[in-house]
Design a binder for this molecule. Structure first.
Ligand SMILES: NC(=O)c1ccc[n+]([C@@H]2O[C@H](COP(=O)([O-])OP(=O)(O)OC[C@H]3O[C@@H](n4cnc5c(N)ncnc54)[C@H](OP(=O)(O)O)[C@@H]3O)[C@@H](O)[C@H]2O)c1
Length: 310
């Protein structure tokens, strides 16, 4: 039996999903596995990863621990993949945090909450989410560390394996909150959009400046042209978008795209979203499974390619 699975693994595509134990990530794993792809479901907590694999109940889904903010955890995963598969075909960078402290427990009373949301439109739901969130410096710092630097470091470690595939793809699960229309300042918008000029070093400087401005207070964040409300999350996803475009230009052998799953009912939104995790995941998997030789350096909003990142 194990021999049969090993043979299939040698011929089938290999995908890896970060933050695969719950929410959209778990559904991405389910849908990729349903397409006959061998899936490495990674989770911060090893036990949660094993439980998620058990729940999915596919023979070709295996779990591995991964904390994208921990260099040694990333290195262990890369070693495991190299030894076991020697390549990686699809990397879905899904793991992220919200960048705020929630004033409600995400898993508290979801039924009553869901009933209340039925009477709210998208803007009322986001307004509710904002009222139940508090921005703190520590949460903002953690958000950039996880959503941007964690994603980037995972990509850097796994890039050689993606290049060993004949059709390596990276899907960075981003957000419409990372589009440049969220930034008040024209200079920042232009600098982040001009990826021909923008460097990774300059991105680091901009993110350091954001944290300094954030520490200085709300007035400064707004005056400098950063996004307001969920500021760190928006900045982290804008950085992921810019980095994806830089990487796409540098690595033509690998396709690098960003996917906004939609506004989804998961813990990160305190279950206030409009889509189910399954529907959100479909928008990500669609980008992961685009026909060979397709676009790179693009942003897909709920499955549709946008003309720009603005
Ligand atoms: N939900 C939405 O409406 C929405 C909209 C736009 C974009 N997105 C994006 O969609 C993706 C998935 O979000 P979701 O809604 O499914 O959120 P979620 O339910 O809160 O899941 C987040 C996942 O990320 C993992 N994670 C957090 N920090 C990590 C780290 N350092 N290393 C590895 N894994 C880590 C979590 O692991 P633990 O379980 O161990 O905490 C969890 O598995 C995120 O990139 C999010 O920004 C979501």
């Amino acid at each position: 039996m194990e021999d049969a699975i090993s043979t299939r693994r040698n011929t089938s595509k290999i995908a890896l999903v970060t933050g695969g134990n719950r929410g959209i990530g778990l559904e991405v794993c389910r849908q990729l596995a349903g397409n006959g792809i061998t899936v490495v479901l990674t989770a911060l907590d090893e036990k949660m990863g094993l439980e998620a694999v058990e729940k999915l109940n596919f023979s070709d889904v295996i779990s591995h621990q991964l904390d994208i903010t921990d260099a040694s955890s990333i290195a262990r995963l890369a070693d495991f993949l190299k030894t076991r598969f020697g390549k990686l075909d699809i990397l879905v960078n899904n793991a992220a945090v919200g960048g705020t402290v929630y004033l409600q427990d995400p898993v508290d009373d979801p039924v009553t909450r869901e009933e209340n949301f039925n009477f709210m439109d998208r803007y009322q739901r986001l307004e509710w989410l904002w009222r139940n969130s508090r921005e703190t410096y520590d949460a903002a710092k953690e958000c950039l560390k996880t959503n941007y630097y964690g994603t980037k470091h995972a990509i850097e470690a796994l890039l050689p394996l993606l290049k060993a595939s004949s059709d390596g793809r990276i899907v960075n699960v981003s957000s419409d909150f990372g589009l440049l229309r969220c930034f008040g300042g024209e200079d920042l918008r232009q600098e982040l959009d001009d990826v021909g000029k923008l460097t990774e070093e300059r991105l680091d400087e901009l993110l350091d400046q954001f944290l300094k401005d954030f520490r200085a207070g709300n007035g400064v964040v707004e005056a400098r042209g950063w996004p307001v409300a969920f500021a760190a999350y928006k900045v982290s996803k804008a950085a992921v978008n810019a980095y994806s475009r830089i990487l796409a230009a540098k690595q033509p052998a690998v396709r690098v795209n960003c996917a906004h799953p939609g506004y989804v009912k998961t813990d990160i939104t305190l279950h206030s979203g409009l889509l189910t995790p399954e529907e959100g995941a479909r928008n990500v998997v669609k980008v992961a499974l685009l026909p060979a030789g397709g676009v790179t350096g693009a942003f897909f909003e709920e499955g549709k390619e946008l003309a720009s990142f603005v």
